[in-house]
Design a binder for this molecule. Structure first.
Ligand code: SAM
Ligand code: SF4
Length: 356
């Protein structure tokens, strides 16, 4: 049996040239099983986070390129009933800018077996929609927030909308979306100050903070490995203010390394997670498959290849043909993202057009 640099065995021995299995779990040639589907609903957004989008926005996908709610519902059914997907996360772009979000959530919630349904959002407009989303079947939510300092927030997102995001978070909690998680990418200038106040804020409000290392998925392709605030620096900074103890629960395929905030904190009992996608890649435990807003399957955030399901749908393909194409796409999933390799090539699509 061949073993890759990541310690992954190759299960097909002959390499991806052999066809994907026609049934069973959604497996790749390294034996990883994808059960977690990330669905991007749009590439549009009402913020312009510096690490994701340029100030002027992007050339948005034209309306006819996007999957319709019916097309999406069909792909969700195929994923859950034929491919073994057990959890679905809606993302974007900004998923709250799509009007049919509640309908799509309800379509996912009506499937048998019912998948877990989650949402990643910047929180703008969530104040009005949190209760309705919960009613439609949303189980959990991640709200992105990099700083609770209004000036820092406005510089990072290029929009003065901190109050809307905080109101959205409160509405999510009031609607019973449990747990409410906060995703933060740290700014190279203010990030190490921001993270201390952000963790305090999250502990006070009962939100679970997850800090994500910045990845090379910015539209401007200006990411620099040396400028990334990595997990070690984040933890070193947090330890100056909080007592952090490793969370004893098994991590499984969860990307975050979790820490329990000890009794020294003003609000003990909370946890904080660090997602070290760059400095400690967790590709060997990856269980994700991705669908873009224009109906392309990506086996990895960093894929340079995509499989066109929208074309198949619109050409009248039956469920079996779509299932086979999806299986083929995942079968060819690379061992790892290769960010740290000299030969790494950043994908053409930025994070907002892939779905984070
Ligand atoms: N607009 C929604 C939001 O911001 O939550 C959903 C889409 S956004 C692309 C999903 C997540 O990706 C956010 O938590 C965001 O912070 C993160 N993200 C965006 N660009 C990133 C990058 N270059 N590196 C790491 N995370 C990034
Ligand atoms: Fe928009 Fe989310 Fe990208 Fe920020 S991270 S620009 S909120 S898609």
């Amino acid at each position: 049996m061949t073993v890759t640099a990541l310690g992954l065995p190759t299960v097909n021995r002959g390499g991806p040239a052999e066809p994907a299995p026609a049934s069973g779990p959604l497996i790749d040639t390294y034996g990883r099983v994808a059960t977690d589907l990330r669905v991007s609903l749009t590439d549009r957004c009402n913020l312009r986070c510096t690490y994701c989008m340029p100030a002027e926005g992007l050339d948005w996908l034209p309306g006819q390129a996007l999957l319709t709610a019916d097309e999406l519902a069909r792909l969700l059914r195929i994923a859950v009933t034929r491919l073994g997907v057990t959890s679905v996360r809606f993302t974007g772009g900004e998923p709250l800018v799509t009007r049919h979000l509640e309908d799509v959530v309800a379509a996912a919630a009506a499937l048998t077996p019912r998948p877990e349904i989650t949402l990643t959002t910047n929180g703008i407009g969530l104040q009005r929609r949190a209760a309705g989303l919960r009613q439609a079947g949303l189980d959990r939510i991640n709200v992105s927030l990099d700083s609770v300092d209004a000036a820092h927030f406005a510089r990072i997102t290029r929009r003065d909308r901190l109050a809307d995001v905080l109101a959205g978070l409160a509405a999510a909690k009031a609607a019973g979306l449990q747990p409410v998680k906060v995703n933060a990418v740290l700014d190279p200038v203010s990030g190490l100050d921001d993270v201390v106040d952000l963790l305090r804020y999250c502990l006070e409000h009962g939100y679970q903070l997850r800090i994500i290392e910045q990845m090379p998925l910015d539209a401007g392709h200006s990411w620099k490995r040396d400028a990334v605030i990595d997990a070690d620096r984040i933890l070193q900074t947090l330890r100056q203010h909080f007592d952090l103890q490793p969370d004893p629960r098994p991590r499984g395929s969860a990307p975050a390394e979790l820490w329990q905030v000890g009794p020294g904190a003003t609000h003990p009992g909370g946890t904080v997670g660090v997602i070290a996608s760059v400095s400690h890649a967790f590709c060997s435990a990856c269980d994700r498959t991705r669908l873009t807003a224009d109906g392309q399957i990506r086996s990895c955030l960093f894929s340079t290849e995509e499989t066109d399901l929208r074309g198949l749908l619109r050409a009248g393909a039956d469920d079996a043909a779509i299932e086979a194409a999806w299986r083929g796409a995942m079968w060819a999933k690379p061992a790892g993202h290769g960010i740290n390799d000299p030969s790494f090539v950043q994908p053409q699509r930025p994070m907002s057009a892939i779905g984070g």
